[in-house]
Design a protein around this ligand. Structure first.
Ligand code: PBG
Length: 319
């Protein structure tokens, strides 16, 4: 028998552990957190089992609990009382996320990342400013700059533009620097596909577009080279971390980013990926904990350094 006996190394738990190629550290995981200005008590999100939106009054306590469970980083998303055509609540110094950041930073030490986008704040639900029904970069970029600066001023540790507007990274970088926030990094949603897997998030964040869809700014799922161009552009423009989204359906892109860039690579296991596994587990169809661990490990194996996941707290705390 001349073939490699690969099974030699699989023959005991200790050997398997010793030869395991990848591990997920709690510090690699980021827990998304929804803060909702319209509620006075925790609102469970039906389509994301185990996840709730939290009122401003309870947000610091919620994040403190996450911290006590071992979570070391969160990504904040806000649901404002007021929506309008230009998303003005998004760049209000007293906006829902700006307030949430201040109260969280006063209470605990987790890394607070903040999403930079307009879709939760516009009455039309698009990620940018509309002119004659189309999202326009030039009108949107100054507002993204204001969002980023107000979030940095509130104390956010990192800002994460997610709207797929061309020029977002360079304009946010220059406005942060000008405002004195040279130390606040940008995690760019550099390769973000126009995905059906964002459905539960849009229900949670009340951010579905009222007309049309996001195909004029998010990438077509058939494209590979375009993702690499988008990532390379954001690297050149000053991103500190590049992110790929969704995760499981973009493992090829995660691997390509890892192989062609030196920056940390993040992947977002999005709401639909989480919901699919949790709902199948709720019905007894699959073992949820094992399927989640396998999914997260596949994302890690593809090359992600950082994983944003609704399952982060449960993975870290083992329940
Ligand atoms: C905002 C944003 C979205 C997600 C993260 N930031 C929604 C979207 O693009 O429609 C989706 C995250 C998820 O599905 O978990 N632009």
């Amino acid at each position: 028998m001349h073939s490699d006996r690969l099974r030699r190394m699989r023959s005991s738990p200790a050997l398997r552990r010793m030869t395991s190629e990848n591990t997920i550290n709690p510090a690699d995981l980021v827990q998304p957190v929804f803060v909702d200005e319209t509620i006075a008590a925790e609102r469970p999100i039906g389509c994301l089992p185990g996840i709730s939106a939290h009122p401003l009054s309870g947000i610091a306590d919620h994040v403190k609990e996450l911290e006590e469970s071992g979570v070391q980083a969160i990504m904040l998303f806000g649901i404002p009382v007021h929506k309008d055509a230009v998303g003005s609540s998004a760049y209000d110094t007293d906006g829902v996320v700006q307030k949430a950041v201040r109260s969280i930073k006063g209470a605990c030490d987790v890394v607070v990342m903040a999403d930079v986008c307009l879709c939760e704040y516009t009455d039309h639900g698009h990620c940018g400013i509309l002119s004659e029904g189309r999202v326009v970069d030039e009108a949107t970029l100054p507002l993204l700059q204001r969002i980023a600066v107000t979030l940095a001023y509130a104390g956010a540790d990192l800002v994460a533009p997610s709207g797929m507007m061309d020029g977002a990274v360079s304009s946010i970088r220059s406005s942060l620097d000008l405002a004195g926030h040279v130390g606040v990094p940008i995690m760019s949603y550099a390769a973000k596909y126009n995905s059906a897997f964002y459905g539960p998030f849009r229900e949670a964040a009340c951010s579905s577009p009222k007309m049309g869809d996001r195909s004029s700014y998010q990438m077509d799922v058939s494209n590979y080279r375009e993702a690499l161009r988008s990532v390379a552009r954001d690297v050149k423009d000053g991103a500190d971390i590049i992110m790929v989204k969704p995760a499981i359906s973009s493992l090829d892109i995660i691997r390509a980013c890892r192989d062609s860039h030196e920056l940390p690579v993040a992947a977002y296991q999005v709401s639909g990926e989480y919901a699919m596994i949790m709902c199948a587990a709720d019905q007894g169809i699959i073992d949820g904990a094992r399927a989640m661990a396998e999914s997260l490990m596949a994302i890690k194996r593809a090359g992600a350094d950082i994983i944003i996941s609704y399952y982060a707290r449960q993975y870290i705390s083992g329940r």
